[in-house]
Design a binder for this molecule. Structure first.
Ligand SMILES: N[C@@H](CCC(=O)N[C@@H](CS)C(=O)NCC(=O)O)C(=O)O
Length: 208
């Protein structure tokens, strides 16, 4: 087995979380390199594209969260072997990236501008995205996003739902997923109750 080091910010969410979770669920040993915000400017030049997550595999660096998720998913048995299901897994993860990028673009804006840009997201793109994602879930059978087994796509959606409902995003009401996509909340509850997911967060001392 390759020697793995996953580098990402020190919180239980964001673009690095699905890979961390997938590795932990499969019991695959890895160095969990958590970067404090204060250390980030010093570490940034180490990263291939100046951003995280980054996965080091036997000394070789891999960037881009979804490339990392797909690779780790294959190691962990959480990525479909069927080509069509693999494509659906990728589709879901890229769709999550689209809305994540829109939210991330508001992160460091002055508060008044952040408020107005997030209000615009809350009035259009976020509900549209949630409705479309829930529809895709239904079209794929209603339980998982790719095939009939849990995959890294499910973990990525789970991580986003947790983020949206957490209250850490100022000016974004926490009940958007419940209001616009109850099927995604059922999916969230299913992933949350997976014994491997529950065990990981219990070990981290995180209440879901
Ligand atoms: N397309 C990249 C985006 C990476 C990205 O923007 N990561 C953020 C954290 S979620 C980051 O490193 N921000 C700090 C910075 O860009 O300086 C991916 O999917 O990994």
């Amino acid at each position: 087995m390759a020697t793995l080091k996953l580098t990402y910010f020190d919180f239980h969410g964001g673009r690095g979380e699905p890979a961390r979770l997938a590795l932990a669920m499969a019991g695959i040993p890895f160095e969990d390199d958590r970067v404090n915000f204060a250390d980030w400017p010093r570490r940034k030049p180490e990263m291939p594209f100046g951003a995280m997550p980054v996965l080091e595999v036997d000394g070789n660096l891999l960037s881009q969260s979804n490339a990392i998720n797909s690779y780790v998913g294959k190691l962990a048995g959480l990525y479909p072997s069927d080509p069509w299901e693999a494509a659906l897994c990728d589709e879901t993860m890229e769709a999550v990236e689209d809305i994540t990028s829109k939210l991330a673009a508001t992160m460091f804006l002055p508060d008044e501008q952040k408020k107005s840009e997030r209000k615009a997201l809350v009035e259009g793109p976020i509900p549209s995205f949630l409705i479309a994602l829930a529809r895709r879930l239904e079209q794929h059978g209603g339980r998982n996003f790719a095939g009939d087994r849990l995959s890294v796509a499910d973990l990525k959606v789970f991580t986003l739902m947790r983020h949206l409902r957490s209250g850490v995003l100022d000016h974004v009401p926490t009940d958007l997923p419940d209001r616009f996509a109850p099927k995604l909340m059922e999916h969230y509850e299913r992933v949350k109750s997976d014994p491997r997911v529950a065990a990981y967060y219990a070990k981290c001392g995180v209440t879901l």
